[in-house]
Design a protein around this ligand. Structure first.
Ligand code: SF4
Ligand code: FE
Length: 483
């Protein structure tokens, strides 16, 4: 396994083309806006080196028998699925942000079983190719960006019917040595901190869309790929002096638009090329795994937010009020309910034909559906308890000012034994998670990441087995079941 330092060094070797606020970034690794997101991925390497986290952070490769980072693992049991969620909660607690590496883990697990089933049905050789790629990832302990979401243009029409054919990523040329692809993937979590990109189709496709039914891997700095970095609320605070106003000085997440401008992919890196009838299964499985993931990562960030809120109440001197205690209980209840779903869909997982394990799809979708709601309520309660100061407070520069600093100290003091600076720090952390840079991962991503709420409702409907429920009711009510 790589050390955190080796991981950072490996990113320095990449020749990524990244645009940020209209400028080409020379050195993404040390850019103050990007750097916190790198630190979060680096934490996945750091924690894997610590004996106390070894059981959660590492696994045994089924290919080599060697110890590997769990982010490179194919789940071989329901226990592996449960440990995945626990690992994500742990990392959420340690970073209070999106640590990005899960998309690749969820992608490799989906592509493994789908390529196996494709080969069985169609006699293709995709699974063998994929396994070679997996071996490399495990041996070199690499970060993979799982790239699914296309820009999608007009949501009412199919990929091949769009006025601009590039609104879904597609094959533009099939050559003897490989394929050429064009298009883009949007909202790409952790793209700039990744070594490889694993591309998958974004929706279930029909025959007319077979050029869009494509899955492959490519190095993140391959010729023709470039990135346009996504803005986050309050991101330019990272360019300021001091460390209070950012709320979370060390960690963060990022998303980017990833553009494929006629990128060549050799055949050995292609895992789907026109087999449109398998695109739906790939989407469903990747979405299912990532919906499970949210029952871990969001819960870990929620733990930090609940802790920060409890501290804010103490620093305000309001912690003994019964309604404050009750609101904190409600936050914990909601957070643990999310965790329960993450654990449940893992414990109820099952083996696929390729031998890796998949979550229970119904419960994973229920998990994510709850995630589209509960972090909003947790956030509302955090803001209620924190008070309005979390959005009206002067800056760190004011606090450090030789004259007005004393005024800040005096008027923003809560209970006398707690320094004003500590109160400011905790309120800024709450602001960061609920409204600032980390809110991308905790708030709006809870709504739209791993699929918007309606996507889960469709899956819940499909998995609901309503006929069986109706016949249960008929039996109890004394109605003949054949009526
Ligand atoms: Fe991992 Fe959560 Fe970020 Fe997705 S949102 S990559 S599950 S930390
Ligand atoms: Fe996500």
């Amino acid at each position: 396994m790589k050390t955190p330092e080796q991981y950072e060094e490996s990113l320095r070797q990449l020749k990524l083309k990244v645009y940020l606020q209209g400028e080409l970034v020379e050195n993404p690794v040390d850019h103050p806006i990007i750097r916190p997101s790198l630190n979060s991925v680096k934490a996945t390497y750091e924690l894997a080196q610590k004996p106390e986290y070894e059981d959660l952070m590492t696994a045994t490769s089924h290919l080599t028998g060697k110890k590997i980072n769990r982010f490179c693992n194919l789940h071989r049991s329901t226990e592996d699925l449960v440990k995945k969620v626990k690992m994500q909660r742990l990392l959420g607690q340690k970073t209070a942000s999106c640590f990005q590496r899960c998309v690749g883990m969820d992608a490799i697990n989906s592509v493994d079983s789908v390529t196996f089933e494709m080969d069985q049905k169609l006699g293709t050789k995709y699974h063998e190719r994929f396994t070679q790629f997996l071996l490399k990832i495990q041996e070199e302990d690499l970060v993979v960006d799982g790239a699914m979401t296309d820009p999608k243009g007009d949501r009412g029409i199919a990929p091949s019917k769009q006025s601009d054919p590039d609104l879904y990523l597609h094959i533009v040329e099939k050559r003897e040595d490989g394929i050429v692809v064009r298009g883009a993937k949007a909202h790409q979590t952790g793209a700039i901190n990744s070594h490889w990109i694993l591309v998958m189709p974004t929706i279930s496709m029909g025959q007319d869309d077979s050029d869009y039914a494509v899955s492959f891997v490519t190095p993140s700095d391959a010729e023709g790929i470039y990135y346009i970095y996504g803005r986050q609320s309050c991101d330019t605070r990272k360019l300021e002096e001091g460390d209070i106003d950012v709320g979370n000085n060390k960690f963060g997440g990022h998303e980017a638009l990833m553009v494929f401008d006629n990128v060549f992919v050799p055949w050995e890196n292609v895992f789907m090329c026109g087999e449109y009838e398998f695109s739906g299964a790939l989407v469903e499985r990747f979405a299912g795994y990532h919906r499970q993931s949210y029952g871990g990562c969001k819960v870990g960030v929620g733990d930090v937010l609940i802790g920060a809120t409890a501290l804010a109440a103490e620093y305000n001197g309001a912690h003994k009020a019964s309604h404050i205690k009750d609101k904190l209980i409600e936050m914990v209840h909601l957070n643990e309910t999310l965790y329960s779903c993450g654990i449940a869909c893992s414990a109820e997982g099952s083996k696929t034909a390729s031998g890796n394990y998949i979550i229970d799809l119904m419960l994973a979708n229920v998990c994510k559906q709850n995630v589209t709601r509960f972090p909003y309520e947790i956030t509302r309660l955090a803001e209620d308890i924190a008070g309005g100061l979390m959005v009206t407070m002067p800056s760190e520069k004011d606090l450090r000012h030789p004259e007005i600093g004393k005024v800040i100290e005096k008027y923003f003091k809560g209970v006398s034994k707690v320094p004003t600076e500590h109160r400011m720090r905790i309120l800024r952390l709450i602001e960061n998670i609920t409204l600032g840079t980390a809110a991308v991962g905790y708030r709006t991503e809870s709504m739209h990441g791993a699929g918007s709420p309606q996507a889960q409702r469709i899956m819940i409907s499909r998995q609901s087995n309503m006929e069986q429920k109706k016949s249960l009711a008929k039996v109890i009510a004394g109605i003949p079941t054949e009526e």
